[in-house]
Design a protein around this ligand. Structure first.
Ligand code: NDP
Length: 329
């Protein structure tokens, strides 16, 4: 396993990590979650990602049980949670001081841990002043409930505002973002956030590197019955991707993977790992075999030569146009 610094912090995260969305507490039980987490841990994964919203808190409960059962040393792990969707009450959602602190306390209890290493604001909250959120996160970190805080799917402008407020008020600034990034979804990581990487050296923990499994090539000949896209609750994913050329691109990328003698998931994950602004690629898995296969993607990075990357661009046809940077004028 390779370990990368999380942006400008002194924290090292495994370049490949494992998350709980869809799977833990929903698609798979504690036993199966144990198997995927153990397979990841044995391959050197130290970072496990979660959120208060996943399976309405059940994903944190399952992860907490697995960690307890495995008996892993807490200091060997980097655990995260994300706050935003905590329940149905008027104060159970968003990034108010009240929900951030109550949500964090509840998440820690479900995870059976005194602190998480990373805590994310799961989305921007347009109804709460950013300064209130920055002050609440500063409190959470100073109270020892989390070590670092960051954002997820905030715009570069929102990140900049939070960072500058923190600096101005002598508070702890956000240090990482959790954006979607994969071969089909590139704009934020490759364009919008470039100034955030340059100015603040932000770390990134990227999500859905296989576009919910589409880039694994498993949908080339229809929808396997035990797959994510076959789940009723996630029919919206099929609707969304079905309207695009995602499946055709995945099939065409499969030809390149075959020539390189790697699997399609390995090609798609290696492609993400190659981006120097990626601190860790959060993988997802419903089975331990998938984890074992995905972990080998680190070995595949070396196969992505300039020529191979150009062939991939030829299939994708979605390279973001360069930023018009006013500083260079
Ligand atoms: P992926 O896009 O990598 O999708 C993972 C799914 O793809 C697996 O659950 C599995 O689904 C399938 N899969 C994985 N590996 C293979 C393989 N080798 N062969 C065949 N199928 C495979 O990642 P996720 O969408 O799961 O996201 C990863 C993590 O990112 C989440 O767990 C969560 O922690 C985080 N996340 C954060 C978000 C945010 O807003 N901040 C949003 C979404 C995710 P199956 O077997 O069921 O088909």
């Amino acid at each position: 396993m390779e370990y990368r610094f999380l942006g400008n912090t002194g924290l090292k995260v495994s370049a490949l990590s494992l998350g709980a969305w869809v799977t833990m507490g929903e698609q798979i039980d504690v036993e199966a979650s144990y198997k995927i987490m153990a397979a990841a841990y044995e391959n050197g994964v130290n970072f496990f990602d979660n959120a208060e919203a996943y399976a309405e808190g059940e994903a944190e409960i399952v992860m907490g049980k697995v960690i307890k059962k495995a008996g892993w040393k807490r200091s060997d792990l980097v655990l995260s949670t994300k706050i935003f969707w905590g329940g149905n009450g008027p104060n159970d959602k968003g990034l108010s001081r009240k929900h951030i602190i109550e949500g964090t306390l509840a998440a820690l209890e479900r995870l059976q841990t005194k602190y998480v290493d990373l805590i994310f604001c799961h989305r921007p909250d347009l109804h709460t002043p950013i300064e209130e959120t920055v002050r609440a996160m500063n409190y959470v970190v100073n109270a020892g409930m989390a070590f670092y805080w960051g954002t997820s799917e905030w715009s570069a402008e929102q990140i900049r505002e939070a960072y500058e407020i923190a600096r101005r008020e002598h508070l702890i600034p956000p240090v990482m973002e959790q954006p979607q990034y994969n071969m089909l979804h590139r704009e934020r990581m490759e364009k919008e956030y470039l100034s955030v990487f340059q100015d603040y050296k932000f770390g990134t923990t990227i999500w859905s590197p296989l576009a919910s499994g589409i880039l694994s090539g498993k949908y080339d000949n229809g929808i396997p019955k035990d797959s994510r896209l076959s789940m009723d609750k996630y029919g919206w994913l099929l609707d969304r991707y079905g309207k695009t050329d995602a499946f055709v691109k995945a099939k065409n990328l499969g030809v390149i993977a075959k020539e390189l003698e790697i699997s399609m998931p390995q090609l798609a994950l290696a492609w993400c790992l190659k981006n120097p602004n990626v601190s860790t690629v959060i993988t997802g898995a419903s089975k331990a075999e998938q984890v074992v296969e995905n972990m080998k993607s680190l070995d595949a990075v070396g196969k992505l030569s300039t020529e191979v990357m150009q062939r991939i661009e030829g299939v994708l046809q979605n390279k973001p146009t360069p930023v018009d940077d006013w500083r260079e004028k």
